[in-house]
Design a binder for this molecule. Sequence first.
Ligand code: DX5
Ligand code: ZN
Length: 217
Amino acid sequence: MSVIISPSLLSVDFLELKTELERLNEIDDLWLHLDVMDSHFVPNLTFGEPVLNKVKTVSKHKLDAHFMVTDPDFFVENFKNVGLHNFTFHWEATKNPEELIKKIKALYPSAGISLKPGTPLSAIPMKIWEMVDLVLIMSVEPGFGGQKFMPESIDKVIALDLIRHENKLNFQIQVDGGINGENAGYLIQAGANNLVAGSYVFGAPNKDYLSRINKIR
Ligand code: DX5
Ligand code: ZN
């Protein structure tokens, strides 16, 4: 599996959104990571459907939405015309994950679940691993960009890769939080094949995003 890089829009200069999206359009094989926060599941508030409807008209990349929200069910319906490729919700935010995944799969090409750093892999039933297209391992506490990478997430990726391998599953393993050119190699070796990076990409000197993306790759 080749590695997908998903730059997180949370770290973009929002006053330059269109230009920045066009800049990312010059780079191939990216996803665009969209952190939707409701100021309830996490102590931060970002953007919703009206903004993402505009993003979709400019970006050529697959839209990868990470819902840090208390009521993901509401967003499944509400975002159905945004053109998302992947819809990831937090395991900690749902009571009926099987139903939710079915709903997502009826409307979006890819369904993902995300685990906060404190949620062990053992909390997830096998049935769920079999249903999802993507598993997002958080390597920081969700809510903000620019935080420090938690190295213990590497072991979680290794253990998840084993679950995937032993059960002949092929969900993507995505990691999100504090990823840079130094820790990316360890994550890829551990089995991750989809890496989110916000402040590292958008903090590139002279807006040379490709050089930072290539360092991760
Ligand atoms: C944090 C978000 C991340 C964030 C990553 O809750 O889910 O996607 O944008 O930002 P960096 O790469 O700066 O840690
Ligand atoms: Zn995210």
